[in-house]
Design a protein around this ligand. Structure first.
Ligand SMILES: *Cc1c(COP(=O)(O)O)cnc(C)c1O
Length: 396
């Protein structure tokens, strides 16, 4: 028998049955009114999830990486400068993409495990009196290290410096899982993918774009065709696409939004916080440490767990996959081997997290890690019993 275990990777995430069914539809003509009827509510729903009161949402056949490319190529020109902190594999990859597109990158090297250095960003913007910097790139949740950064604080820093750069936020592992406030935070472009907080299969890049960023499209000269948002805009105005859209995923997206809103976004955020806290209690009970340097940086969607001296984080992931048929995340780039990651976002419950913790304990014990079997599970159980009782009382 091939039992199907949940995955504990920080994306792609587990897909609820209702969403799988919603994606499974017969072919419809994407130039028909039936498609427009399906498409428009999905766009409106994403606006609500992102908390946008202006601007536009785009759904492109791609993943988060394609969303990054859409963001930069539609608003910037060769030789423009972007300002970004590098503090993990995902922030690194977006910077690398900018370099490959002929942009100048002003990079603030930041230790992995730290968040975005707001004071250094503000200082860099103040020093840029000629406004050569056209965009600030922000990785809201650095999935490689389990570090969440303060986007509201970043907006305050940009405003304090009086700098007009666009604020582009990678929200791939934060949006629809932890609080995200597109309009209130003054975000110009938010990027996510279908396969993380939205609990869908991979294949959609989801972008929120402000009016200011839309205006930048007119003068931006980086080459773009497939991801040209001007073509998307023209198509959307007529209820359609400039090419064949991933219709099944768009159907599933409406279902995902319905599920998120049935639960209530605030409850979704509270659930992610509770699950993350359970995992963190387990990590502490194992006597291990998260990669995130301080509690204000702890991510509620992924925890990166440092390997003790002399142990290999990747081995835990390999063994759990081979022996227990269960997926955890490896360390990437600079932290390869130094940690393993427990993804706790998307469709996940206390019960599933407990199963994941129990499995990780077996793998670590098999490899001789100095942990006590059951210790992490017990710490999470203790926490969930109390936190669940409190949540039920609040609801009553
Ligand atoms: C998953 C992820 C991405 C994008 O990856 P894709 O595989 O292209 O979807 C980008 N940024 C962050 C923070 C991520 O977690």
């Amino acid at each position: 028998m091939h039992a199907q275990n949940p995955v504990f990777i920080p994306g792609p995430t587990n897909i609820p049955d209702a969403i799988r069914k919603a994606c499974d539809i017969a072919t419809i003509d994407h130039r028909s009114p039936a498609f427009a009827r399906m498409f428009r509510p999905a766009i409106a729903g994403v606006k609500r999830v992102l908390k946008m009161d202006a601007g536009e949402v785009f759904l492109l056949p791609a993943t988060g990486t394609g969303g990054w490319e859409t963001a930069i190529t539609n608003t910037l020109s060769a030789g423009d400068t972007v300002l970004a902190a590098r503090f993990g594999m995902f922030s690194h990859r977006w910077i690398d993409m900018c370099n490959r597109h002929g942009l100048k990158t002003q990079v603030l090297e930041t230790p992995w495990g730290q968040g975005m250095p707001l004071e250094r960003i503000e200082a860099a913007l103040r020093a840029d009196t000629g406004h050569a910097i056209k965009a600030v790139l922000a990785t809201h949740n650095e999935t490689a290290t389990g570090v969440k950064s303060d986007i509201a604080g970043l907006r305050r820093a940009m405003d304090a410096a009086g700098h007009p750069a666009l604020l582009m936020v990678d929200g791939v592992s934060s949006i629809a899982s932890i609080p995200f406030e597109f309009s209130r935070w003054g975000v110009d472009i938010a990027v996510t993918g279908s396969q993380k907080g939205f609990m869908l299969p991979p294949g959609l890049a989801i972008l929120g774009v402000s009016d200011k960023a839309l205006a930048a499209m007119a003068t931006a000269t980086l080459p773009r065709t497939y991801f040209d948002l001007r073509d998307q805009q023209k198509g959307y105005a007529a209820g359609g696409y400039p090419y064949t859209p991933p219709v099944g995923l768009i159907a599933g997206l409406s279902k995902a939004i319905e599920m998120l809103e049935d639960e209530g976004l605030d409850n979704v955020y509270a659930r992610h916080h509770r699950l993350a806290e359970g995992v963190r209690r387990a990590v502490a009970a194992w006597g291990l440490k998260p990669c995130a340097a301080s509690p204000d940086l702890y991510s509620d969607t992924v925890t990166a767990i440092l390997a003790p001296e002399g142990f290999d984080g990747t081995a835990v992931v390999t063994l759990a996959a081979q022996k227990y048929n269960t997926a955890f995340g490896v360390g990437l780039g600079e932290v390869a081997g130094k940690l393993w990651r427990f993804g706790h976002l998307g469709m996940l419950s206390d019960v599933m997290v407990l199963a994941g913790l129990a499995t990780a304990e077996m793998a670590m014990a098999d490899l001789g890690w100095p942990i006590k079997l059951g210790a992490g599970v017990a710490a999470a159980q203790d926490y969930f019993r109390g936190a669940t009782a409190a949540a039920q009382q609040d609801a009553a």
